[in-house]
Design a protein around this ligand. Structure first.
Ligand code: EPU
Length: 346
């Protein structure tokens, strides 16, 4: 017999403080947590919620809330991890979009499925990961992404998106542009490798492995190295509210890059694959502009990583947004480079 899903319980005027990692205390007009897609489908047939906006949240880890949300906030909690297929070299693993991202990475590492170990400890959920093609330490999810399933909010049909359809770029996807607001991502399937290709050249991974005397690392050792690096640099949202990198690293033309390297000797820079553009670390520029460790009230710039804005407790979203605008203006004045916000500001 098919399972029957009843409409989930909607509550009014709910504080969103525990649903965003910045810990901003604004309220939602309506709030509901859904555990299955069918529960949401039931809900949208209710007249009461037909004429207001619906805002989906996963881990709330890429979100800055600057005002009360006059909408139905839908917390996606679809669970479940399952193997869809397997070959001698690969395994295709699907996870519900509400699965905590780091838990999923740990699950993969525990099973010796390789490809996402460098993405350990990134806050958020599986369903939010493809929205901005999360990445760290030389790896992005597009590298192991196979497909996702999403509910088309207009037709109410499930659509399947492969990597090409997702139009992944640096912290970019179709779902931040033409697909914005049109889909609810229900699950994501990754193609993970049984024989690992390790990515340990980026950042401090190699140093940590050497310091720990690890000569032949496996994916568990790489995951642990990433975890220790992130813990040393990035604030845990449980202790200090934040949304990871607040800005994207800017890319500039080759000519502009020559000017920057001339004007700012020693500025770190990286080649952009398949492009003549050069990427510069925004964190370095923000630090050089004097902002690292800055604090005004409870809004601040993290002491160990200037790309991360923090809420020490009672900061409002507006205060953090204003701080981000001051930083943008200051980096533009000093370096002539505009910064783009990575976090979604509501
Ligand atoms: N740097 C500074 N001062 C700072 C921060 C960075 O001088 O305050 C310098 C570093 O010394 C290094 C360079 O800038 O030379 C790059 O720094 P880091 O390796 O810490 O990485 P990032 O470019 O600042 C990006 C991602 C992070 C990801 C790391 C590691 C973006 C927007 N951010 O940061 O992602 O963890 O690389 O791969 O691309 C996130 O998106 O939320 C996030 C944390």
């Amino acid at each position: 017999m098919p399972q029957v899903y009843s409409a989930p319980f909607v509550v009014e005027n709910v504080s969103l403080k525990q649903y965003n990692t910045f810990g901003i205390d604004v309220s939602a007009r309506y709030f509901v947590e859904i555990n299955h897609l069918q529960e949401y489908v039931q809900l949208i047939h209710e007249q009461k919620y037909a004429h207001i906006d619906h805002m989906f949240v996963g881990g709330g880890s890429n979100l800055l809330l600057t005002q009360d949300v006059n909408a139905l906030v839908v917390k996606i909690s679809f669970a479940g991890i399952e193997v869809l297929d397997e070959s001698a070299d690969f395994v295709w693993v699907r996870a519900g979009s509400g699965v905590n991202w780091h838990d999923f990475v740990q699950y993969a590492v525990d099973h010796q499925w390789a490809g996402i170990e460098n993405l350990s400890l990134i806050p958020g959920t599986v369903g939010a990961a493809p929205m901005q093609n999360i990445g760290a330490y030389g790896v992005e999810i597009k590298d192991t992404f196979d497909h996702l399933e999403a509910l088309n909010l207009e037709t109410l049909l499930i659509e399947r998106f492969d990597s090409e359809a997702c139009q992944f770029g640096y912290r970019e996807s179709y779902f931040k542009h033409a697909g914005k607001g049109r889909y609810l991502i229900a699950s994501v399937c990754f193609k993970l490798a049984k024989k690992p290709t390790l990515h340990i050249s980026y950042g401090a991974i190699k140093d940590v492995l050497t310091t720990n005397g690890i000569v032949n690392p496996g994916i568990r050792e790489v995951a642990d190295a990433v975890i220790s690096i992130r813990k040393s640099k990035l604030p845990d949202p449980k202790d200090i509210g934040n949304s990871g990198s607040f800005f994207k690293n800017p890319t500039v033309s080759a000519a502009e890059s020559i000017r920057l390297q001339h004007d700012f000797p020693g500025i770190p820079h990286y080649a952009v694959p398949e492009s003549t553009d050069i990427k510069f670390p925004a964190g370095w520029c923000i630090e050089q502009a004097g902002w690292k460790g800055y604090r005004s009230g409870d809004a601040g710039v993290h002491v160990n990583q200037a790309l991360v804005l923090v809420n020490y407790g009672q900061a409002t979203g507006v205060e953090i947004k204003e701080l981000s605008e001051q930083i943008k203006a200051s980096v533009l004045a000093k370096f002539g480079v505009p910064l783009e916000t990575e976090v979604n500001i509501i």
